[in-house]
Design a binder for this molecule. Structure first.
Ligand code: ADP
Ligand code: MG
Length: 275
């Protein structure tokens, strides 16, 4: 299977966020997208999954040649796309177990049903592999979960739904080192002929735990550089500034921050908190 993105343009409100993005992921491959904040990484994830917050103004996304942009969100999910969100939603009144079971049921052919015993056994096994509280399946989806628990819960859903393509949007934020390792191991476990992954991250540390085949650097709404793991070390050591200079990119977001900082006379030390 392959997920192909060609010359994708998308707006959020009146603002153009994605500016001609190209990417191809084949089954069996795990790709990473790294990039500064405000570059459009979450927008890309949202557009692939069909978040109505964004308007696609040009380009195409296809899954095995089928037009993804013409599909409703639930159809994208049934076709094998999955998004672990940067900010997962809470769903009050629906337990984790019910939520996952409904999603699995929606993938069944008419007249077929989720086998309850196998479902419970798989769910318990996955909860254990993620070192989550055994009570998690019976709690309402993400309600009262800590940031780290929400992130693990996204991975739990992925393990149960076994998507063909999973996009993990900053799954590392809010995770301590132990949780990072556990999540990394569980993502690596998904690796296989029928699985493709897109791991979006701001930091290199998650990629110490997830084995990726390709690394793309995104800036200002487009992928500006692609390569292998060597790019991770380079970003870790030198940040993103060398690319801006190399490629002659002026980040408008950075520009805005500078103006805000100047106007508010915020102390120098606050600078790091913003990026
Ligand atoms: P990243 O995930 O790389 O940090 P995002 O995709 O979340 O970046 O956002 C990219 C830029 O687009 C940011 O400057 C953000 O504020 C802006 N943005 C995101 N969504 C909207 C929206 N619905 N309307 C206007 N601007 C938006
Ligand atoms: Mg984001």
């Amino acid at each position: 299977m392959e997920l192909v993105i060609k010359n994708l343009h998308a707006n959020g409100g009146d603002k153009e966020i994605l500016k001609g993005l190209n990417l191809m992921i084949k089954s069996g491959e795990i790709h990473a997208i790294m990039g500064p904040n405000g570059t459009g990484k979450s927008t890309l994830a949202g557009v692939i999954m069909g978040n109505p917050k964004y308007d696609v103004t040009g380009g195409e996304i296809t899954l095995n040649g089928e037009d993804v942009l013409a599909m409703e969100v639930d159809e994208r999910s049934r076709k094998g796309l999955f998004l672990a969100m940067q900010y997962p939603n809470e769903i009050s009144g629906i337990t984790n177990a019910d939520f996952i079971k409904s999603a699995l049921q929606a993938r069944k052919k008419e007249g077929e049903h989720v086998a309850l015993f196998k479902f419970v056994r798989d769910l318990e096994k996955s909860v254990k592999e993620l070192k989550m509280d055994p009570d998690m399946p019976h709690r309402y989806v993400n309600e009262g979960f800590s940031g780290g628990e929400k992130k693990r819960n996204e991975i739990l859903q992925m393990k149960m739904l076994k998507p063909n393509f999973a996009i993990l949007d900053e799954i590392d934020s809010g995770l301590d080192i132990d949780a990072l390792r556990i999540v990394g191991e569980n993502v690596n476990q998904m690796r296989g002929e029928d699985f493709g992954g897109l791991v979006i991250t701001h930091y290199q540390r998650l990629l110490d735990y997830i084995d990726v085949d390709y690394v793309h650097i995104m800036m200002n709404g487009t992928i500006v550089k692609s390569g292998g793991k060597e790019l991770i070390a380079k970003i870790d050591a030198s940040g993103y500034d060398w690319l801006k200079t190399d490629l002659g990119i002026e980040e408008e977001v950075e520009e805005k921050k500078r103006i805000v900082l100047g106007a508010c006379a915020v102390k120098e030390t606050k600078w790091d908190n913003l990026s």
